[in-house]
Design a protein around this ligand. Structure first.
Ligand code: HMG
Ligand code: MG
Length: 297
């Protein structure tokens, strides 16, 4: 059964730009302000991760300092207590912790095992609770891993439950490499929904094989009502070589409009923002809708 309303979590400024070199702080702020103006209310604005690991996110504090933080729900990635403390002092009201259902990916991405990552999250949850901060969880590689290949559905379930049990208000299921397809999406989500209510799950599809929208359609049909996307289809993951960006926000909106599902975002404004950031990156948007409905200044 399709939801009546979908919450779009815009991750372009983090998941997108973590993979791009030389985007100025000003361009990031312009991007995020454009997204807010378009009506996006859940926006991942950056990451307090090690600048040695992901230098593209090193200016997250400066980006946040230039935003009007009351204008939207801004979140940031926090891999450890240090990241969470930095996020707290920057004034964000939502942390995002992230691990994976693949040991090999977890090691490459955050330099520890899955179980160690969950141990590391415990003090983040305590800090969050003390300061009234919401925490979102991510499980990466839910449909396959660039290093170990197959990932067991039972492991996706175990890790997702662990994050929910420790207090995450929802878990976003990441097809980090974008290898999923409709049948596998149906299988995975049906298995998880036996144990976890739909309103605790979000989906996060990278579009490497062009299957993201189809997979989202399946997820929506199963009652999932939170979908991550990135304006202009920006992005990838530095630790998943060859993976392309998230499903484009514009394409997601077009799908939702066709299904009559409310989302509260202005498509033309998102397209304008998509072209603006793409020009700053010297690219064209990775979005069929933005290409079809090009807006010129
Ligand atoms: P480590 O090297 O094991 O950490 O990295 P450490 O604790 O040994 O610290 C080493 C150095 O990093 C120290 O500095 C720390 O202070 C510093 P030094 O003494 O050498 O000068 N450090 C930090 N600096 C700033 N912020 C911090 C921080 N923590 C330590 N938070 C660590 C472990 C987790 C930090 C590292 O592996 C890391 O930052 N990884 C992040 C990788 C990343 O951002 N990946 C991309 C995002 S995940 C993704 O894209 C998937 C997702 O989109 C979902 C999907 O698609 O599936 C979410
Ligand atoms: Mg991602």
């Amino acid at each position: 059964m399709f939801p009546k309303e979908v919450r779009i979590v815009e991750v372009g400024a983090r998941d997108g730009l973590q993979n791009e070199s030389s985007v100025s702080t000003n361009d990031k702020v312009t991007l995020i302000n454009g997204l807010v103006k378009a009506g996006l209310n859940s926006i991942e604005a950056g990451a307090f991760v090690s600048p040695k690991w992901v230098p593209q996110m090193a200016d997250t504090k400066d980006v946040l300092a230039q935003l009007e933080l009351s204008n939207a729900n801004f979140s940031v990635l926090t891999p450890n207590l240090k990241g969470a403390e930095l996020a707290l002092s920057a004034g964000v009201k939502e942390f995002a912790i992230f691990t994976a259902a693949s040991e090999a990916f977890t090691k490459k991405n955050i330099n520890c095992t899955i179980d160690e990552s969950i141990e590391r999250f415990a003090p983040i949850m305590t800090l969050a609770k003390e300061n009234n901060i919401k925490v979102r969880g991510y499980v990466s590689c839910v449909m396959g891993c660039p290093y170990q290949g197959e990932v067991a559905i039972s492991e996706v379930l175990r890790v997702t439950k662990a994050l929910l049990d420790m207090g995450c208000y929802e878990v976003s299921l990441g097809d980090t490499v974008g290898v999923g397809n409709a049948a596998y999406t149906q299988r995975l989500l049906t298995a998880l929904l036996e144990y976890i209510p739909a309103d605790k799950l979000a989906v996060h599809f990278h579009d490497t094989y062009g299957q993201a929208l189809t997979n989202i359609y399946v997820a929506l049909s199963l009652g999932i009502a939170t979908v991550d996307s990135a304006v202009a289809g920006l992005g990838g993951c530095p630790y998943a070589q060859g993976a392309s960006g998230n499903v484009a926000t514009e394409d997601l909106i077009y799908l939702l409009d066709g299904l009559g599902i409310y989302h509260g975002v202005d498509l033309n404004s998102v397209i304008e923002t998509a072209w603006q950031i793409s020009r700053a990156l010297n690219k064209t948007p990775q979005s069929k809708v933005s290409l079809a409905m090009q807006v010129h200044d």
